[in-house]
Design a protein around this ligand. Structure first.
Ligand code: UDP
Length: 244
């Protein structure tokens, strides 16, 4: 039996263990039944930042929050401590699925985040492709008072709220405001609007298949290298050190 004495255990314990199809079925049920839900998509960065940021940590560990593995690093890290997670469930895939489900069930979506031109493109492409869902609001991520945006979201009573501001801001804002809502599926999805709008390319299929999307992003944006070191290399060093 492997030694289980690690500060990351609390996170691995919390992460959704079942497969993606089951998760999507539960998601659809929640949407149909107006069940409020906050989804955090966790990768090693989310765990490393949670260690330093109390607000994000509280959101992550809250029993009402559903946390899915948004990267292979989390699935492999959890495995080191005998926490089997079926597979990764990526934020961008959840966002796409939510938009499809909104269309299928005539639901209302609110988009919050990214640069104005990206948001506009995304909004038009959703409206063009999906005729049965309604975008009840779209606010770019560079407005001054981001808290104020949640007041607008409240008045629109959306069924789905996609927040693309980057971690930890998106999770902290959702967590701070979620009690005011009676329904809605809330999720922070980082740079996904950039990709979903078609403004930024997702990694070629082979990278996705080999679970190397992170590597593709670094080669495209070398400035991510420091972020990668701080959040991924250090994450593994911690896991390996704690297991000795
Ligand atoms: N962003 C924003 N407002 C801000 C800071 C960031 O809307 O004040 C957006 C940014 O335009 C990008 C996303 O948040 O679309 C963060 O992207 P990043 O690639 O850093 O996130 P990741 O997917 O790596 O978590």
């Amino acid at each position: 039996m492997k030694k289980i004495n690690n500060e990351f255990i609390k996170y691995f314990d919390k992460i959704y263990k079942k497969d993606k199809n089951t998760f999507f079925k539960e998601l659809e049920n929640n949407l149909i039944n107006n069940k409020k839900q906050f989804i955090i998509t966790a990768n090693p960065e989310t765990i490393m930042v949670s260690e330093k940021n109390e607000e994000l940590r509280n959101a992550f560990l809250d029993k009402e929050t559903v946390v899915v593995a948004d990267g292979i690093g989390v699935v492999k890290g959890a495995k080191e401590y005998n926490y089997p997670i079926s597979e990764t469930i990526l934020g961008i895939d959840i966002a796409e699925k939510l938009i499809q489900l909104a269309d299928l069930h005539n639901k209302k979506i609110f988009l919050f985040g990214a640069k104005p031109e990206i948001l506009e493109k995304l909004k038009s492409s959703i409206e063009e492709k999906y005729k049965n869902c309604e975008i009840v609001g779209a606010v770019n991520g560079y407005v001054e008072d981001k808290n104020e945006v949640f007041k607008e979201i409240e008045t629109k009573e959306p069924d789905i709220v996609l927040v693309a501001l980057g971690i930890p801001l998106q999770e902290c804002l959702i967590y701070k405001n979620i009690d005011k809502f009676k329904k809605g599926i809330f999720i922070g999805i980082g740079g996904s609007f950039d990709v979903l709008s078609g403004c930024k390319k997702r990694a070629p299929k082979i990278f996705i298949k080999l679970k190397l999307e992170w590597l593709y992003r670094i080669t495209k944006e070398p400035k991510r290298l420091k972020r990668f070191y701080d959040n991924n290399i250090k994450y593994w060093l911690k896991i390996k050190r704690n297991k000795k």
